[in-house]
Design a protein around this ligand. Structure first.
Ligand code: NDP
Length: 478
């Protein structure tokens, strides 16, 4: 337990100017919907209604796709790469200039701690635009032929766990390659995408190059199945990813899917234990565990399991849960009541199936949606909490004796997005990395992201890569 209490250190909300209602960003302007309805977006930490946004209807989506097509044909595709790069650099600089405002807005709308939105999400958003700005005039040197061509209009649907960062992952490479986009943010987190619309205007981006249509699943469905879309990029649940793959099967649309995960974080007995404990915490409790590549299955070598668990529980006792805008907060709010319900349900199933449940002793605020950091021990591979994506601050602990057993257990999942290995031996890291069926393998670290590094999955975690040179391929006709 902490030896002293922290005084509150709240970040000011005054930097954020939330309007009473928002329209759709189509053709470079905020416009009223034609057939859309409105819904409210809520602060998950307080349940306060923040503003009203539009659930775009099929006609609205149609207008957005037409605007993107016009911008593609009239300006963007034919613009020299060096010119496109200037716009992307401009956007990156504007994101940096407005990063405090965007970080506060993200924390208010999503519930994530300001420490994370300020120190992780926003720097990575800017880095993505800077990185892909650098590629825009060098596409002929990316390994996809001398003059690779863009695809056309990209329809992009993103989730609520990293709203602005997922937007950057989608929009930066698409624009760098000469495509125009229509993006739908998640229903519960539309505000930073709407702020990004303002950044596009500030950057003088030609109208229609980026269009933002807010809404729920039906809006996403209308977008991905629209006949004028050439490329679909989706991040979210495996279930919706499957539905999208079915919906566009047989069409000429190119598809990338970044779906769920159930990553193993493997700790060997020669690992630096204190660092590994920090890595476990960062792996599963970062962003309330709302992370597709979260290290939600801890595989710890049997001989050190008791020691690791003791230290882990002690460390979890020091995490501070509460006001996302407080700079001392480690664990913020759960994004929606639906997600909280899912976390509760799967945790209850964990107890019912016989695993031992432990939660960090912390008080939960009266209002808002919260779940304490929770660890299940005595978990077997048959348990649902070892197989299904909880997408919350819930860790399942399993043990192993030999490296071969660690590999077998780590790979025993329908997913394959990421994995972590903690050991003192470089040769063991390489041995493990060659055998883990995961798109990303972190060694002696976890949840580290870099725009230069490709990210994506095997099996039910989806297909295609985002980030790095590989991320260009998804937006080029190759
Ligand atoms: P979804 O996969 O439903 O949402 C992702 C995005 O797709 C949202 O913008 C959503 O809109 C949109 N969408 C929903 N249905 C369709 C459709 N038929 N066609 C096109 N777009 C659609 O995830 P949820 O938010 O419902 O979360 C459910 C579970 O998914 C979580 O509990 C978690 O396990 C997992 N998940 C995994 C993520 C990952 O990165 N691996 C990210 C998010 C969730 P809307 O916002 O209205 O739902």
């Amino acid at each position: 337990m902490p030896t002293f209490d922290y005084a509150p250190a709240p970040e000011s909300r005054s930097i954020v100017d939330i309007q009473p209602s928002y329209g759709l960003f189509i053709g470079g302007e905020m416009v009223d919907p034609v057939d859309g309805t409105v819904f409210k977006t809520v602060n998950p930490a307080t349940e306060e209604v923040l503003t009203e946004v539009v659930a775009a209807g099929p006609e609205d989506v149609d207008r957005a796709v037409a605007a993107a097509r016009h911008a593609y044909d009239a300006v963007w595709a034919a613009m020299p790469g060096a010119q496109r790069a200037k716009f992307l650099y401009r956007i990156a600089r504007l994101v940096q200039e407005r990063s405090r405002e965007l970080a506060v807005l993200e924390s208010i709308d999503n519930g994530k701690p300001i420490r994370e939105s300020r120190d992780v999400d926003l720097p990575l958003v800017a880095a993505h635009f800077f990185y892909y700005a650098g590629w825009a005039d060098k596409l002929g040197h990316a390994g996809f032929g001398a003059a690779p061509q863009p695809l056309g209009v990209a329809g992009q649907v993103i989730p609520w766990n990293f709203p602005l960062l997922m937007l950057a992952w989608k929009i930066a490479p698409a624009l760098a390659c000469g495509n125009t986009v229509v993006l739908k943010p998640a229903e519960t987190t539309p505000l930073t995408a709407l702020a990004f619309a303002d950044i596009c205007r500030q950057a003088d981006l030609p109208p229609g190059v980026v269009n933002i249509v807010t809404g729920a699943g039906e809006t996403g469905q209308a977008l991905v199945s629209h006949g004028g879309v050439d490329k679909v990029a989706f991040t979210g649940s495996t279930e919706v990813g499957r539905a999208i793959a079915r919906a566009i099967a047989g069409s000429r649309k190119k598809l990338t899917l970044e779906l769920g995960g159930k990553a193993a974080n493997v700790i060997f007995d020669d690992a630096p234990i204190d660092q590994a404990v920090e890595g476990i915490v960062n792996g599963i409790f970062f962003n309330q565990g709302h992370v597709c590549c979260a290290g939600s299955r801890l595989l710890v070598q049997e001989s050190i399991a008791d020691d690791v668990l003791d230290r882990l529980k002690r460390r979890l006792g020091t995490l501070r849960l509460g006001d996302p805008l407080d700079k001392n907060t480690d664990i913020g709010a759960i994004n929606s009541p639906q997600q909280l319900e899912k976390i509760r349900m799967l945790s209850d199933v964990g107890s019912e199936e016989g695993a031992e449940r432990w939660s960090a002793p912390c008080e939960l605020p009266d209002r808002g949606w919260w779940f304490p950091p929770t660890v299940f021990t005595g978990v077997t591979q048959a348990h649902r909490i070892a197989r299904e994506e909880v997408f919350g601050p819930v860790l399942s602990v399993l043990t192993f004796r030999t490296p071969a057993e660690a590999i077998e257990k780590a790979n025993n999942t329908p997913y394959g997005l990421s994995a972590g290995v903690w050991t003192d031996k470089g040769s063991r890291i390489l041995w493990m990395a060659q055998r883990l069926r995961a798109g990303v393998v972190w060694a002696n670290t976890f949840n580290r992201f870099d725009p230069t590094s490709p990210f994506g999955g095997y099996k039910e975690s989806g297909y295609g890569r985002e980030g790095g040179r590989h991320g260009l391929e998804a937006y080029l006709d190759v």
